[in-house]
Design a binder for this molecule. Structure first.
Ligand code: SF4
Length: 445
């Protein structure tokens, strides 16, 4: 039973982050996610995310346990008749490796989950479109312990649902929004045979449309937004950073970030922003306010203009949750990922002598004779964007701070000096601050 009360809750909500690959699961934990959701290669709603193979799912569940965090497996595709035979062994496997929850949409899959993975809590996907407390109760009677509520509800509805149910409640706080009702849409399936309900949406709602008159082929008339807002497809991105305190005080159990198909920069920036927001609220609910740095992180990654969606429709700055004219905003891109150095791969000890756990943000102990004995730190980078001397880089630290460094000297892994590095190469450089493997590095501009 949730410990929310009429006067509000002081319990920290869980921060739930997407893990589109095993590496992204590790990045999410590094930047402070309490739990990560990811899927296997089948039966999930993100068919074009890399997703995890069976061994990676087991590794992610084990990693989560070792860190005291949680790992939820998404099995949220609407199953076809032909899917049913393969689900029991898969669900049994998920139980055997002890994932912490199964995210499910399809009632048939819930039946199978209760039978083949009875010890694993079932979480209902937003896809099930749950909008009231009676529906929550219905799903509880089917064995569901947590419900991700539909994005169509208002905050007042959420408060009522919280008051009237004991189930765990989860809401999306950040990420892309689907324009159709809880993601039930055939646009992608009709336009290029990729069904959104099979996790294959190609997001044609974001494409640029023109009007063509039948007798004038080749003449494309642009569709402009007018004062009433005619652009039906083009949703902004959800951002409820300001409202973390309201949701937490209400007793929402889990705040979920969308984006299993998004990149490492998105993941690091969103997780650390919301991590600090939740922690700050918990330390001082009355004084909660968004810090400029948290918001800057969210602005310095690829995103559409932000909206509060339908949860707080009256608080929209410009009154619209659609934006016809604005493409993705991308002022900053991923520059590199920090990789373990050879010394670190061979070393494996923390500075305090305990086993080194990079996913927990541990700083490795430099082996004897390692250059870190000086004030400089050797760092290995996997380059993701062309780098050259003079490039300014921001290292996003898991503690929320950012360390800036302007590239002067760097070298390849054989020690040959370089002036330019191309994507997918690895380089080494000295930094005046320590880094941790999988730390995300952003181009300054
Ligand atoms: S095409 Fe757009 S509206 Fe339709 S499912 Fe995909 S994201 Fe949602």
């Amino acid at each position: 039973m949730n410990d929310a009360c009429a006067g509000g809750s002081r319990r920290k909500p869980e921060l739930l982050a997407p893990g589109g690959s095993y590496e992204k699961c590790r990045i999410a934990f590094l930047y402070g996610a309490d739990a990560v959701y990811a899927a296997g290669r089948d039966y999930s709603l993100r068919g074009y995310a890399k997703n995890l193979d069976l061994e990676e799912i087991a590794a992610a569940a084990t990693l989560a346990r070792s860190l005291g965090r949680k790992f939820y497996a998404a099995v949220n595709a609407f199953a076809l008749e032909t899917d049913l035979a393969g689900l029991p062994p898969y669900l049994r496997y998920l139980q055997d490796i002890r994932v912490d929850g199964l995210i499910v949409s399809d009632p048939g899959v819930i039946l199978l989950a209760r039978r083949w993975a009875p010890d694993i809590p079932v979480h209902l996907s937003t896809q099930a479109n749950t909008m009231n407390s009676l529906s929550v109760r219905f799903w509880q009677e089917q064995g569901v312990s947590r419900v991700n509520l539909a994005r169509e509800i208002h905050f007042e509805d959420l408060a009522d649902i919280r008051r009237n149910t004991s189930a765990e409640l989860e809401v999306f706080v950040h990420g892309a929004m689907c324009m159709s009702y809880s993601g039930r849409c055939l646009l992608s399936a009709f336009l290029n045979h990729r069904s959104a309900n099979r996790g294959l949406c190609s997001q044609p709602c974001r494409w640029s449309y023109r009007l063509v008159e039948e007798k004038r082929p080749g003449r494309y008339f642009p569709i402009h937004e007018d004062a009433r807002g005619t652009y039906i497809f083009n949703s902004k991105d959800l951002c409820l950073l300001e409202d973390v305190g309201k949701l937490a005080a209400l007793g929402v159990d889990s705040l979920k970030i969308e984006g299993r198909m998004k990149g490492a920069l998105y993941l690091a920036a969103t997780v650390r922003s919301y991590r600090h927001a939740i922690d700050r609220w918990h330390a001082s609910p009355e004084g909660y306010r968004v810090e400029s740095g948290w918001r800057e992180d969210l602005d310095r990654m690829s995103h559409r203009p932000y909206t509060k969606g339908l949860l707080f429709p009256d608080e929209e700055v410009d009154g619209e949750t659609v934006d016809a004219a604005t493409p993705y905003l991308q002022t900053h891109t991923l520059a590199a990922l920090v990789r373990p150095s050879t010394e670190e791969l061979l070393g494996g000890e923390n500075r305090n002598g305990t086993p080194w756990n990079p996913a927990a943000g541990d700083l490795p102990k430099p082996p004897d004779g390692h250059p870190e004995a000086t004030t400089e730190h050797w760092t290995t980078l996997e380059v993701r964007h062309r780098l050259s001397t003079g490039t300014a880089l921001d290292f996003l630290n898991p503690d929320g701070s950012t360390s800036r460094h302007v590239l002067d000297a760097f070298e390849d892994l054989r020690g040959n000096p370089m002036t330019v590095a191309h994507p997918n190469s690895w380089v080494r450089l000295r930094l005046p601050f320590p880094t941790v493997p999988l730390q995300v590095v952003r181009m300054c501009s």
